[in-house]
Write a protein that binds this ligand. Structure first.
Ligand SMILES: Cc1ncc(C[n+]2csc(CCOP(=O)(O)OP(=O)(O)O)c2C)c(N)n1
Ligand SMILES: [Mg+2]
Length: 612
């Protein structure tokens, strides 16, 4: 009989979490974001207080955005560390469901611990309990099931003995990584149990690096040898695997050009002569030409999301083959691809060995230079004659690019900027953080705090539109009180600029996106500077591109976030690159502009290759 220790279930949970270590000797769960309510204050709240700095607790302003900060932290750490987020039952819990979905899509680890209803059911219905007439086991937390990689309900203290190791197993498993939800019944949190002492022995979680099957390597090597125009599509898996340098050497050794997805951008420097920038909807001209002509598309750690594939019209060569290197069999076999299941770095090593000295035929390197000249033109400061016009988003990007360094990290999630940044931003290694799996408005400000917490010695620039800022901004106050500085570039174009443009492209009338097209009595004059300043941030309106550059430089060294507000023109797109995206256009009715959009849609949809 092993020795036991009498603890509440909540005390046992935090004690166990505090000793789960990375190979580098750090806690895997750095700490816990918490907003308390009756569903977690007495149980988990007491336990978190008791564990102090062995597992710190931080209070945020909103459960969803606290979780955004946690997820941004894990993404910046390339999934090697994570954070937990706890809420009460009911609204606090369901506030986190969007964040769970975000982590699920982006395959990022985060531990959700929502309080749950009483397991003993004595006080039923407890405040905020959802009552299902036909199912006694359902609670609001069942909403987490489809958006968790592992879901469990802790309805007895001893459930932790199995649930906690499973939770860490999922968060540290590179193929299955994602959010975990441990819905913690509120009475059980406070219940005492005699736990085996051995359960609390420190444990190190190694993130494994699975080798590919040699037969799959041989198949793909043969395809690569036969290819005349191969192209590599570098995805986020390259960064998760730590395969950045390996990919650059692989491309150089075998003379294969590469393009990069939102999640993969920054793995290889923009200056690398084989880096053609981004493919697809928000792609560069040169990357999209390469993709159109490619006879072999080699995905490395990519989900082949529709922005990457132009809804499956970018890889237009009828003779092309699709190959996918991925840790998840689900991704490796997508769309009829020839798959290699394995870690990106290990697989590139194995493929390189199989390819020996093989080099693909030369490609058009000049196209890349022409593209960079185009980027320089659209991101240049406005000419003197245009000084009175509102700046474009591309000019804002140019200003940030000039004002930052190779050590800076730019981040964003939704609106005009993600697409504009993907096509125009010249990313240094590790300098680009884009949440574009879920492209969730409201991720930006909280996410910037998470990035800065993970990379305190790097400058963090948060791009946010007025719409996303309005959706969620209150973690700015948390960043002020925790003294976590970053610089917010808030582009105010008075509404949902990107959706307004999309609406026009789909033949729609200008409606309900820009404030001028909304059902309002007066046009809003939202004072973003006063708003951010009220939370304690340093906030300024910058009137032009030069002032923006100066504002970024001046922000360095401040202990609190800086918010730079700039009015921008909602009308122009990036003015460079781009490709069709499948957004279904109404197939009946409408004025002439809708008919034209429909004809254009039908033409493009006809070119979609839905399976290989
Ligand atoms: C939570 C959420 N709701 C809705 C959307 C759909 N959406 C994507 S971008 C956008 C508008 C963004 O407006 P803003 O932040 O002002 O950026 P802009 O395009 O104007 O630069 C909307 C509504 C989304 N991505 N996320
Ligand atoms: Mg806007």
């Amino acid at each position: 009989m092993s020795n036991t220790i009498r603890l509440t279930a909540a005390q046992a949970m935090v004690r166990w979490l505090a000793v789960q270590m990375t190979e580098e000797g750090e806690r895997f769960i750095e700490g816990v974001w918490a907003i308390f309510g009756h569903g977690n204050v007495a149980g988990l709240g007491e336990a978190l207080h008791g564990i102090g700095d062995r597992l710190p607790t931080w209070r945020g302003q909103n459960e969803q955005t606290m979780a955004h900060a946690a997820i941004a932290y894990a993404k910046t750490k390339a999934r090697r560390r994570a954070m937990a987020v706890t809420s009460s039952i009911g609204p606090g819990a369901t506030n986190m469901v969007t964040a769970a979905a975000l982590a699920h899509v982006n395959r990022l680890p985060v531990l959700f611990i929502p309080g749950d209803v009483f397991a003993n059911r004595r006080p039923d219905p407890v405040l905020q309990q959802i009552e299902d007439f036909d199912d006694g086991t359902v609670s609001a937390n069942d909403c987490f099931r489809p958006v968790s990689r592992y879901f469990d309900r802790i309805a007895r203290p001893e459930h932790l003995l199995t649930a906690l190791p499973r939770a860490l197993r999922v968060m540290t498993d590179p193929a299955n990584c994602g959010p975990v939800c441990l819905a913690f019944c509120q009475d059980v949190q406070a219940e005492a149990y005699d736990y085996p002492e051995t359960f609390f022995a420190p444990r190190t979680w190694r993130i494994r690096r699975p080798e590919p099957d040699p037969r799959e390597v041989a198949d793909v090597a043969a395809l690569l040898r036969a290819a005349r125009r191969p192209v590599i599509v570098a995805g986020g898996g390259v960064i998760h695997s730590g395969a950045e340098e390996r990919l650059a050497t692989f491309a150089a050794q075998h003379n294969i050009p590469l393009v990069e997805t939102q999640a993969g951008k920054g793995a290889v420097s923009w200056q690398d002569e084989r880096n053609f920038g981004s493919p697809g909807v928000t792609g560069s001209d040169c990357a999209n030409r390469l993709c159109a002509e490619a006879d072999l598309v080699l995905g490395v750690g990519t989900r082949f999301q529709d922005f990457t594939t132009g809804s499956w019209t970018v890889f237009a060569n009828p003779a092309r083959r699709l190959v996918s290197i991925n840790l998840a069999g689900y991704d490796a076999n997508k769309h009829g691809a020839t798959g290699i299941v394995g870690d990106a770095r290990a697989t590139l090593d194995a493929l390189s060995l199989a390819l020996t000295e093989h080099r693909a035929p030369d490609f058009d390197a000049e196209a890349r230079r022409a593209w960079h000249a185009k980027v320089a033109a659209v991101t240049a400061p406005p000419a003197e004659v245009h000084r009175n016009a509102l700046p474009t988003d591309a000019q804002v990007i140019g200003a940030v690019q000039r004002a930052t360094t190779e050590r800076s990290i730019v981040m964003c999630a939704a609106g005009t900027m993600p697409g504009a940044l993907q096509v125009l931003w010249q990313a240094s290694p590790g300098g680009y953080h884009m949440e574009y799996g879920y492209s969730c408005m409201g991720y930006e400000v909280a996410g910037a705090m998470g990035v800065k917490l993970a990379a305190p010695d790097r400058e963090v620039i948060c791009f946010v539109g007025d719409g996303s800022y309005m959706m969620a901004n209150s973690e700015l106050a948390t960043a002020v009180m925790r003294r976590v500085p970053f610089t917010v570039v808030l582009t105010d174009n008075r509404g949902y600029g990107c959706i307004n443009r999309l609406q026009a492209e789909c033949g729609g009338a200008a409606f309900n996106n820009l404030y001028e097209d909304c059902n309002v009595e007066v046009q809003p004059e939202i004072d973003f500077v006063a708003h951010a300043a009220a939370m304690g941030a340093h906030a300024e309106k910058v009137t032009d591109i030069a002032a923006l550059e100066a504002g970024i430089a001046a922000a360095r060294g401040r202990a609190v976030p800086t918010v730079l507000v700039i009015d921008t023109d909602p009308t122009p797109g990036t003015g460079a690159g781009g490709h069709w995206w499948d957004v279904a256009v109404p197939q009946a009715g409408g004025p002439e502009r809708l008919e034209q959009a429909r004809a254009c849609y039908n033409r493009n949809a006809a070119a979609q290759r839905v399976v290989d």
